[in-house]
Design a protein around this ligand. Sequence first.
Ligand SMILES: C[S@@+](CC[C@H](N)C(=O)[O-])C[C@H]1O[C@@H](n2cnc3c(N)ncnc32)[C@H](O)[C@@H]1O
Length: 229
Amino acid sequence: MNQILENHPQHRKTLYGRRQSRPLKDRQKTLFDTLLPAITFSGLENELFVGQKQIWVEIGFGGGEHLCKQALSNPDVAFIGCEPFVNGVGSLLSQIDDFNLKNVKVFQNDARFLLEVLPSASLDKVFLLFPDPWPKKRHFKRRFVQKETIREIHRLLKPGGEWRIATDHAGYASWVKEQFSDPEISALFTWQRQDVYMRPDVNEWPETRYEEKANLAKRKSAFFSFLSK
Ligand SMILES: C[S@@+](CC[C@H](N)C(=O)[O-])C[C@H]1O[C@@H](n2cnc3c(N)ncnc32)[C@H](O)[C@@H]1O
């Protein structure tokens, strides 16, 4: 368990979903020992975040393809990638090593712990791409997009900061629309994209593995962008 969690008395939230699917490749095992300790997120006091740089956070980066592309295209931005899934972290570590990326820190746990310890108005962008849809009604409370997390992300974004959400699950897309249409939430965010089914420019918004899977299965994806008021 990393230091942020050890210092956190409210270690109470339940994380649903798998932590690991298959054994790590030998190279990834080595990178867990050699690279991960050096790039584990330990706070905004770290030199990567000090100065005028923007900070972008990706929640549930999966295999890390989107995070890696964004970090390569935006070398002046400092990134925090958050993912509890061990194989996903292994995949991101390989890419960080391949491209010698110096602008990424990793938080290998539930994003809600990370959000709680970050100071208000500290982030410029947050990405939540293809979150687990939890399609059954009794599991809706497990969905990452909830009033509580929306308020929390609003607290963390600078005014004008952007929260991007994508999903290929029609029920989740309706859920997002519903949550953000609530009068209390509409007071916090402005909708940026009216036609959420129009695919944004891939250079601006690179594809993820789950989007590729959705395309292969001919499922339409929705792309939301909300600006913090
Ligand atoms: C369906 S996958 C999508 C992965 C990736 N974003 C993509 O589009 O390919 C959802 C990911 O969110 C991660 N996840 C689920 N709950 C999370 C949480 N509370 N904090 C951070 N990541 C979470 C899962 O481990 C999983 O890798």
